[in-house]
Design a protein around this ligand. Structure first.
Ligand code: WT7
Length: 660
C-alpha cells in the first residue's frame, strides 16, 4: 500500500515499461550523473553517425568567472537529424509505417502518410531549397499551420544543414517581421491560409505584411514558398508578389525524390526558436544537432514509455518548443506513429479530442493544463461518450497543473488507469527535465516529481546558497545536459546574462520551486517578469511596449493575474495621454486591446485594462510591480510596505478605479 495521495504505477504497465521500478530509475539516474560519458555514449550509439564522436563526449563551462559559457556534446561527431528521424527507419524496413495520421480542422476522413512518403516529400523540398541556394548554415523562416508539411519543412531544413526558425502562425505580421529582421533569412516557407475552428485566416496576407515591414526595416526576403491549403480560399484569391512568391507544389513536384543528406558537426546549429524573456525583444534560443537529437529522442522514449505499437498525439503546435521536440523530432527519431491535428480542441464540439482518441486509437496523449481545464468545464458526459480504452499514458506540460485538473485528467479522462506524466521543461532545455517515468515513479498530483537522466537540479536561496533536503527557492541546474540551448542567436552576451549571471556556476531557469522530503519537485511558477498564459510565455515588457505604441497611452505596467482556464492572465495598468478622463470613453479600451493584438498577436490580448492616472513608483522612478500584482489579484489587504512610494496616494486612486 502507498501513502494517501500517492499514485503508484499500474502493475501491468510497469511490467513491460522501459524503466519498471524506482530502484531501476535510481540506478540509471546515478549512472547518468556519475558516468555521463558512458551513459550518453551508450544511448548515442543507437543513432546513425557519419563519424563517431571522440573523447571526451562532453565539455562545458557554466561559470562566467572561468571564461565564456560553452556547452559541447558528442565532440567531433558528425550526424544528421533528418537522416536519423526518417531515412534510418526507411532503411530498417519501416518505410511503410505510418508517420502521420492527419486530422484536419473540419471533421472528415483524415489522411495518412508513411515514413517512406515523408522521406520523399522531405527530399523534394530539400532539393528545391538547395536549388535556390539554401544550404549549410542558411536561415529559413517557417510560418505555417499544423499540417504535415510543417514538420516536413523542418526536416527538409535539417537535412541540408539549414537552420530553421519556426514562427507560430498565430503571431502578428509585426512579430513575424521582428523575427525575420533578427535572423535575416533569404527564404520563408508559408501557407495560403488556415481554418481554425469556424474562422478562415489568410496567412499569406499576414506574411506579405510581415515581409513588407521587414523590408522597410532593412531586410528583403528573396523567396517566399507558399503551400496551398485546399480547405481555405481558392488559389486565385491568395495575395501574390510575382518576383518573390512560388507555389510549393510548382516548386517541389518535379524535384528528384531523393536527396543526399548533409553531414553536420555535432555542434552545428539545428534551429532557433524565439521566446519571450523578462526584458527586451524575444530572444532566439539556439539548439544544436547531436545533443538535441539524443535528448529529445531519449526523453520521448522513456517519459512516454514509447513502444512500437503506440499511437501518440501531442496537441501542441510546431510553433512552440513542445511541437519541435515532441511532434517533429522526439517521436520521429523513435519511428512513432502520431496524430497531427490542425484544429482546435473545442471545434465543432468539446468532444473532438475524445473522438480523435477513439478514431486513431491514441495510446499516448500529451497536452496542457489549460486545455484540460477548458475541456473539464464542459462536463464529464462528453468525455464518457467516447471509449478512450486505447489510452495508456497521459502527459501534461506548460505550467503547474492544479490538483483539481490533475484529478479530472486522471479519473475522468484516464479512468484511473493511466499514469500522468507532468513534464517540467523549457524552450531552453530542449527536452523534459523534471518528470515522472510512468512505469517507475509514484505520482503526487501537482508535482513534476524527479529529474530525468543527466539532469542535476538544485534549489538556491536569494543569496545563491544551495539548500539541502526539503526546501523552497530558485530552481537551477548544476551541470550540462545534452539538449540544452547553446547560445542566443547572435547574442552570446545576452545568453550569459540571462541564464548564468544571476547565480554563478548554475543555469538559472527563471522558475521557483519546492522540493519535498521525498526529493519531489513542485514548480511554483516564474520568478521573473514573464507571464505564462495558457502555457505560453509572454514578456510583460513586450505587452507594455505594444500598449505604448498606441497613441492614447503614455505609460503601461503589465502583471500576471490568476486565471481559471489560462492559468495566468494579462493584467494591464494604463495611463492615458493628457485630456482623457478616468475612466475614458468606451472605445479607448478597444483601441488599446486591438493594438496589442496587432503588434504581438491574439495570444497577448490583455484580460483586463485597469485605468491608472498614476503608477506606484519609488522615488527613483521604478514601478513597484509587487504592489500592482497585489491589486490585480485583489490582495490589497496585504500590500506590504508602501513607504518607499514617491506618492502613496496613487494606490487609493487605483483602487477606486477597479472595474471601471
Ligand atoms: C516555462 C517554460 C516546455 C514546453 C512548454 C513551455 C513553465 C512548463 C511546466 C510544468 C510547471 C511548467 C515553467 C517554465 N512550465 N512546464 N510541467 N510544471 N511549470 O515552454 O514557453 O519555454 O516555458 O513554462 O515556468 O519555465 P516555454
Amino acid at each position: 500500500m502507498s501513502a494517501p495521495g500517492i499514485h503508484p504505477p499500474p502493475a501491468d504497465l510497469a511490467k513491460s515499461a522501459h524503466v519498471s521500478s524506482e530502484k531501476q530509475y535510481d540506478e540509471l539516474y546515478k549512472q547518468s550523473i556519475e558516468e555521463p560519458e558512458k551513459f550518453w555514449g551508450n544511448i548515442a550509439s543507437t543513432f546513425h553517425w557519419n563519424k563517431r564522436w571522440s573523447s571526451p563526449v562532453t565539455r562545458s563551462n557554466f561559470d562566467m568567472n572561468k571564461g565564456p559559457i560553452k556547452i559541447e556534446w558528442f565532440i567531433g561527431g558528425e550526424t544528421n537529424l533528418c537522416h536519423n528521424a526518417v531515412d534510418r527507419h526507411v532503411n530498417n524496413g519501416l518505410g511503410g509505417k505510418v508517420a502521420f495520421l492527419y486530422e484536419g480542422n473540419d471533421i472528415g476522413p483524415g489522411s495518412q502518410m508513411t515514413y517512406g512518403e515523408v522521406l520523399e516529400r522531405v527530399c523534394k523540398l530539400a532539393n528545391y531549397l538547395k536549388s535556390i541556394g539554401v544550404g549549410k548554415g542558411s536561415d529559413v523562416t517557417i510560418y505555417m499551420p499544423m499540417i504535415p508539411e510543417l514538420p516536413i519543412a523542418m526536416l527538409a531544413c535539417a537535412r541540408i544543414g539549414a537552420v530553421h526558425s519556426v514562427v507560430f502562425a498565430g503571431f502578428s505580421a509585426e512579430s513575424l517581421a521582428g523575427r525575420v529582421l533578427d535572423s535575416r533569412p533569404d527564404v520563408v516557407l508559408t501557407c495560403s491560409g488556415v481554418k481554425r475552428g469556424p474562422k478562415t485566416l489568410s496567412l499569406k496576407g499576414i506574411v506579405d505584411d510581415g515581409l513588407k515591414r521587414a523590408a522597410d526595416g532593412g531586410h528583403k526576403v528573396g523567396h517566399c514558398v507558399v503551400y496551398h491549403h485546399r480547405d481555405c480560399m481558392p488559389q486565385s484569391e491568395v495575395p501574390w508578389t510575382d518576383d518573390r512568391d512560388t507555389w510549393w507544389h510548382d516548386a517541389v513536384e518535379h524535384q528528384p525524390a531523393s536527396c543526399d543528406v548533409t553531414w553536420l558537426d555535432a555542434e552545428a546549429p539545428l534551429f532557433k526558436l524565439y521566446t519571450s524573456g523578462s526584458t527586451g525583444k524575444p530572444k532566439g534560443v539556439q539548439h544544436s544537432q547531436a545533443g538535441y537529437m539524443v535528448g529529445s529522442a531519449t526523453t520521448f522514449k522513456y517519459v512516454f514509455d514509447y513502444h512500437d505499437d503506440d499511437v501518440y498525439w501531442c496537441t501542441a503546435d510546431c510553433g512552440w518548443i513542445t511541437g519541435h521536440s515532441y511532434v517533429t523530432y522526439g517521436p520521429m527519431l523513435n519511428a512513432a506513429t502520431q496524430v497531427i491535428f490542425e484544429g482546435v480542441p473545442t471545434y465543432p464540439t468539446a468532444g473532438r479530442p475524445w473522438e480523435i482518441v477513439d478514431k486513431y486509437k491514441v495510446s499516448l496523449l500529451y497536452t496542457a493544463p489549460t486545455a484540460i481545464r477548458s475541456l473539464m468545464a464542459k462536463g464529464n458526459d462528453i468525455v464518457k461518450k467516447a471509449s478512450r480504452k486505447s489510452l495508456r499514458i497521459l502527459g501534461t506540460v506548460g505550467e503547474p497543473i492544479n490538483v483539481e485538473a490533475w484529478k479530472w485528467y486522471n479519473e475522468v479522462v484516464g479512468d484511473k488507469r493511466c499514469p500522468i506524466v507532468d513534464t517540467w521543461w523549457q524552450t531552453e532545455t530542449g527536452a523534459h527535465m523534471i518528470t515522472p517515468l510512468p512505469g517507475a515513479t509514484p505520482l503526487k498530483p501537482g508535482s513534476a516529481t524527479k529529474p530525468f537522466f543527466g539532469v542535476v537540479p538544485a534549489v538556491l536561496n536569494e543569496q545563491g546558497k544551495e539548500l539541502e533536503g526539503a526546501a523552497e527557492g530558485y530552481l537551477v541546474i548544476k551541470q550540462a545536459w545534452p539538449s540544452m540551448l547553446r547560445t542566443l542567436a547572435g547574442d552570446q552576451e545576452r545568453f550569459e546574462k540571462t541564464y548564468f549571471e544571476h547565480f554563478k556556476g548554475f543555469y538559472f531557469t527563471g522558475d521557483g520551486c519546492k522540493r519535498d522530503e521525498d526529493g519531489y519537485y513542485w514548480l511554483t511558477g516564474r520568478v521573473d517578469d514573464v507571464i505564462n498564459v495558457s502555457g505560453h510565455r509572454i514578456g510583460t515588457a513586450e505587452v507594455e511596449g505594444a500598449l505604448t505604441t498606441c497613441h492614447l497611452c503614455t505609460e503601461a505596467a503589465v502583471v500576471p493575474v490568476e486565471h481559471p482556464i489560462k492559468g495566468q492572465g494579462i493584467y494591464a495598468f494604463v495611463s492615458l495621454m493628457e485630456g482623457h478622463d478616468y475612466p475614458p470613453e468606451a472605445n479607448v479600451r478597444k483601441e488599446l486591446i486591438d493594438t496589442v493584438r496587432r503588434v504581438i498577436g491574439p495570444i497577448a490580448t490583455p484580460d483586463c485594462i485597469h485605468w491608472a492616472p498614476g503608477l506606484p513608483k519609488t522615488r527613483s522612478g521604478k514601478i513597484m510591480r509587487r504592489i500592482l500584482r497585489k491589486i490585480a489579484n485583489k490582495e490589497e489587504d496585504s500590500l506590504g510596505d508602501t513607504s518607499t512610494l514617491a506618492d502613496p496616494s496613487v494606490v487609493e486612486t487605483l483602487l477606486s478605479l477597479r472595474g471601471k
